[in-house]
Design a protein around this ligand. Structure first.
Ligand SMILES: N[C@@H](CCC(=O)N[C@@H](CS)C(=O)NCC(=O)O)C(=O)O
Length: 210
């Protein structure tokens, strides 16, 4: 069995994604805590693993992989069951569309470095920025999500749920009103009830500062 190491920060939504995916596939890993609020992601030794200075980074037998979605795709290819993507190309494209609605359409806009540029140290400006971009992306996810079944894509837990749970966590932190998004609220509740999702939650991490 390969040795897996995950550079993670408790409140990082992209680290949260990979923690969920690893738990879903029952893959044990050793966490390496990178405190992104204190700037540890910018240290030269970390940048050799992840040159843009982001968490997460997954290391497999000493080889580093960056970008949470690419990491989940790697895990899916190495460990196809249980699957994070559906069987048909069309369904896979739809799930990837949900994933990218969050991964490209929301998360980059709530990243620390972007918030610093957008709002400086003014917390109100930062919150207003996030309260514009998060519901904008969630509205698109809501329109694309399944209107039946417990999860974002219907009957089965997929990579769309993996991305949704951390995004809803971030939305709640800044006080986004989720009532316009009943499919999202339903899917997030169903996914959060799964034990491997609960174990991946920020508050359950050893580096959590609550
Ligand atoms: N597209 C990347 C984004 C990673 C990312 O933005 N990570 C955030 C935490 S969720 C980070 O490390 N931020 C540090 C910073 O902005 O300096 C991924 O999916 O892994």
């Amino acid at each position: 069995m390969a040795k897996l190491t995950l550079s993670t920060y408790w409140r990082s939504s992209c680290s949260f994604r990979v923690r969920i995916a690893l738990g879903y596939k029952k893959l044990a890993y050793e966490p390496v805590f990178v405190n992104i609020v204190e700037g540890e992601q910018k240290k030269p030794e970390y940048l050799t693993k992840n040159p843009i200075g982001h968490v997460p980074t997954l290391t497999v037998d000493g080889v580093s992989y960056v970008e949470s979605v690419a990491i989940m795709e790697l895990l899916e290819e190495l460990h196809p069951e249980p699957a994070l993507l559906p069987k048909t190309p069309h369904d896979r494209a739809r799930v990837r569309g949900l994933v990218e609605t969050i991964n490209a359409g929301i998360q980059p806009l709530q990243n620390l470095i972007v918030l610093e540029r957008a709002g400086g140290t003014d917390q109100e400006k930062r919150t207003a920025w996030m309260k514009f971009f998060i519901p904008r992306g969630l509205a698109a996810f809501e329109a694309l999500a399944s209107d039946s079944g417990p999860y974002a894509f219907g009957e089965h837990f997929t990579m769309a749920d993996v991305c949704l749970v951390p995004q809803v966590y971030a939305a709640r932190r800044v006080g986004v009103d989720l009532t316009p998004f009943p499919r999202i609220v339903r899917a997030e509740a169903a996914a959060s009830a799964l034990p491997f999702v609960a174990a991946a939650k920020p508050e359950a991490q050893p580096d959590a500062k609550i």
